[in-house]
Design a protein around this ligand. Structure first.
Ligand SMILES: Cc1cc2nc3c(=O)[nH]c(=O)nc-3n(C[C@H](O)[C@H](O)[C@H](O)COP(=O)(O)OP(=O)(O)OC[C@H]3O[C@@H](n4cnc5c(N)ncnc54)[C@H](O)[C@@H]3O)c2cc1C
Length: 411
């Protein structure tokens, strides 16, 4: 298709929004991106795992620098605290994996620096979208302006305005637990060696933890300068969520508590509960971490990825649980696939139809996969200390249907 002059508006300037802006700009579209926050607010400072093949794709497509620092994650090391192995836990299974473990901020800044400032309009909140005709959509900004576009991509995260407008029936469903997270400088560890390789996942009744090294905020990878990124799945009843997400200044947040917002009493109580669940080594990391944060885990299936000239991308579309390690993967693939479909087809309508069908099926299956993982690893987690590697493998295969075809990781 001749894309020259195709005017595209993008709502949201994080992983999905930046990737869409870069890819669409490169095929000749006239792109404008609206992000409600200022740049400085974007660094979430925590770790993120993406399949190694996605990292290679990002480099190959020049979405990130080839020198972007990461650590390889070749296994999920599944452990369980026992009286005999209280410090590190009983080793149940080194489950093979192939991840690149990155610093979220470093990934974001790599994408962001490829979007020119004239395109990336920070501190521009989108208040509404108005369909003007079959081929025109106005993006109404909180400041009052309403520029008109041929195509609008909503990459505005899991509470997406675009999703709510296109598919009000596609509600987000609480999974019954939250992810409590923290980061700790390696310099505060009493020993680094046990965390040397991959992702450590100590299990406990009601959930499991994740612990892994990521590069420091400045990208440093030298031993001693790394960051430990950790998270623990914690069941919280839905009725208690509003209290849980009330910060120390008594402000209520929707589904998350930012770093520094958690009341000390809540953090102390979570640490007290963790002490009986985690092996002592991992508990030491949790205990020394300050300004921990949390977000609720949701599922969201969507009936489609577009209506007319409005599309969804990233967490604005279907929303899978973090066990899939696929949030960033999905965001990036949605954006790349959109640009490729537009480039390949002679009519925009055909390109959008083809892209919509593929993304709807792939991403909704990813949500189902995340749901199965949540059941296996949180809600119905068995006592791993009674299982060996062969038993663990059998149990996992019996409960989780790994969707090889859907994880289009080699894009
Ligand atoms: C700390 C952390 C760790 C994570 N770890 C992993 C991991 O290990 N593996 C993984 O794959 N995924 C992980 N994820 C999830 C992954 O980062 C998300 O899936 C991914 O960021 C989704 O990107 P997105 O661009 O779709 O949405 P978001 O990153 O949520 O961005 C949405 C953007 O839209 C903007 N916006 C919203 N509404 C408006 C509006 N009305 N007007 C203008 N702008 C608007 C927001 O300010 C935001 O910048 C993690 C997420 C976090 C926060």
């Amino acid at each position: 298709m001749n894309t020259q002059g195709l005017k595209v508006g993008i709502v949201g300037g994080s992983i999905a929004g930046c990737t869409a802006a870069i890819e669409l700009m490169r095929i000749g579209c006239e792109v404008t991106l609206f992000e409600r926050t200022g740049d400085e607010l974007k660094d979430r400072g925590a770790g993120i795992g993406v399949p190694a093949a996605v990292f290679e794709t990002l480099v190959r497509r020049d979405l990130i620098d080839s020198s972007t620092p990461y650590f390889p994650g070749r296994a999920f090391t599944r452990r369980w605290r026992t009286p005999g192995e209280a410090r590190y836990g009983y080793l149940a299974w080194d489950q093979p994996a192939d991840l690149a473990l990155l610093n979220w901020g470093v990934l974001y800044r790599n994408l962001r620096k490829r979007v020119p400032d004239r395109i990336y309009q920070a501190e521009h909140r989108v208040a509404a979208l108005r369909v003007q005709s079959r081929e025109r959509v106005a993006v109404e900004l909180a400041g009052g302006a309403a520029p008109v576009f041929d195509l609008v991509v909503c990459a505005d995260g899991y509470t997406s305005l675009g999703r709510r407008m296109l598919f009000p029936e596609a509600g987000i469903e609480y999974a019954g637990y939250v992810l409590w997270r923290g980061v700790l400088s390696e310099s505060e560890l009493d020993e680094s060696a046990p965390l040397q390789n991959g992702v450590h996942a100590p299990g406990y009744p009601g959930g499991h933890g994740i612990f892994y090294f990521v590069p420091g905020a400045d990208g440093s990878v030298a031993p001693g300068t790394r960051m430990v990124n950790w998270g623990m799945y914690v069941p919280i009843e839905e009725i208690s969520l509003a209290d849980f997400f009330t910060d120390k200044g008594m402000k209520r947040h929707e589904g998350s508590l930012p770093p520094g917002g958690m009341p000390l009493a809540t953090e102390t109580e979570l640490k007290r509960q963790a002490a009986g669940r985690l092996p002592d080594y991992y508990m030491g990391i949790v205990d020394r971490s300050r300004n921990t944060f949390a977000y609720a885990i949701y599922d969201c299936h969507v009936p489609a990825y577009r209506k007319g000239r409005i599309c969804l991308a990233g967490d604005a579309g279907a929303f899978a649980r973090p066990h899939t390690a696929a949030g960033a993967l999905k965001s990036i693939n949605d954006a790349i696939a959109l640009a490729e479909a537009i480039k390949a087809r002679s009519a925009l309508e055909d390109a959008l139809t083809e892209w919509n069908d593929a993304r709807t099926e792939t991403n909704n299956r990813l949500v189902t996969y995340g749901n199965q993982l949540g059941r296996a690893l949180v809600k119905e987690i068995p006592d791993w200390s009674t299982m060996d590697a062969a038993g663990m493998q059998k149990w996992f295969a019996s409960i989780v249907d790994v969707p090889t075809a859907l994880l289009d990781r080699n894009r």
